[in-house]
Design a protein around this ligand. Structure first.
Ligand code: FDA
Length: 303
């Protein structure tokens, strides 16, 4: 399994393939997990999801941008999507990766970009989630979040359960809207749990803490039915109101389960990545779960 994972991670980092994929549009089954390449096709996808009783969060694909003009272009793309989805009356919010709008270039430049996004979101009465990336960018991201929180109440972030200090962090942000995840990046054992067992245990702990200790809205972002069902049992025994939390899953994953949770009366938010930079995202999803290769096979056999 490790070899297959490494192959897909290698493919995700291949610059020639990344550049080429921008020219050809969604291929090889990527359309099942990416909402669209442009604003209009993505808006249609978001509306479809809303019509199934689920809210959406959109993510303009692309990360670790190292060029100022590119970062500004991405910032403008995000603002456009905020305005257009608001105009279309969608139940939507924005997910933003700070590395896409200049975090790796200059912190002040990045802060000014996210401020512009926050202003557009405020006008649209929309929430903005700062996605969390690797540990190296975490401290800078949290500094920016703390600064934004002095001015805005429509911003929140992600806490990654694999970090040893996740529980401390979840207490710090217990009163703001927070997405809780297991954590997606490779981090060393000096700072992060490595085994699935330890990560799952930490994850369930931070879910419980965020749900009961503060009054911030909790987004439980996982495809793991064991964690979800355990959380539901906890919520029922603690009599936690359903409007205090939601489940989140990625677009195209466990669609039946998403609908099942909606039918059981839970809030479900679907995370929809979109844009021409779809290739690395798609390869990483294949690396994470090689069973997703059936998307590729189906796309090749049905055309
Ligand atoms: P995990 O991959 O541990 O799977 C547990 C079990 O669930 C599997 O063994 C299997 O039984 C079942 N399962 C999982 N996927 C399945 C599928 N597709 N079909 C059937 N069964 C399946 N990370 C990060 O570091 N920063 C971030 O900002 C975010 N943001 C984010 C948003 C959203 C909406 C989601 C869903 C996830 C993230 N993540 C993230 C990624 C997250 O940290 C994590 O890497 C992935 O969600 C994978 O872990 P899971 O919790 O889904 O379960």
């Amino acid at each position: 399994m490790g070899v297959v994972r490494d192959i897909f991670i290698g493919l995700s980092e291949n610059k020639i393939l990344n550049d080429a994929s921008k020219q050809i549009g969604l291929r090889f089954g990527a359309q099942k997990v990416v909402g669209g390449t442009g604003v209009n096709d993505t808006l249609k996808r978001l509306a479809d999801i809303n019509n199934q009783g689920m809210s959406v969060t959109f993510d303009n694909l692309g990360e670790f941008v190292s060029d100022r003009s590119e970062a500004e272009k991405e910032k403008n793309n995000i603002i456009k999507m905020i305005r257009e989805s608001h105009k279309a009356g969608l139940d939507a919010h924005a997910s933003v990766k700070l590395s896409q709008i200049g975090l790796g270039i200059d912190e002040t430049f990045c802060y000014n970009n996210i401020k512009e996004i926050m202003e557009a979101a405020k006008e649209a009465n929309m929430f903005v989630n700062l996605d969390m990336e690797n540990y190296l960018s975490k401290e800078q991201s949290l500094t920016i979040l703390d600064k934004l929180l002095e001015e805005y109440d429509n911003v929140g972030t992600v806490i990654q359960a694999y970090f040893y200090d996740a529980k401390k962090e979840v207490r710090k942000y217990k009163n703001i809207r927070t997405r809780l995840v297991k954590g997606a990046y490779k981090e060393p054992d000096t700072i992060a749990y490595q085994s699935k067992e330890d990560i799952d245990q930490s994850y369930f702990e931070i879910i419980k803490t965020h749900l009961v200790e503060g009054d911030g809205f909790t987004s439980i972002a996982t495809h793991d039915h064991n964690i979800i069902e355990k959380t539901i049992r906890f919520i029922e025994t603690q009599k936690i109101s359903k409007d205090k939390f939601e489940f989140q899953m990625l677009y195209g994953f466990r669609k039946d389960y998403q609908q099942d949770l909606v039918a059981r009366g839970y809030n479900m938010c679907v995370y929809v990545p979109y844009g021409t930079d779809w290739y690395a995202y798609f390869m990483r999803r294949l690396a994470e779960r090689p069973q997703n290769l059936n998307l590729v096979v189906k796309s090749l056999t049905s055309s």
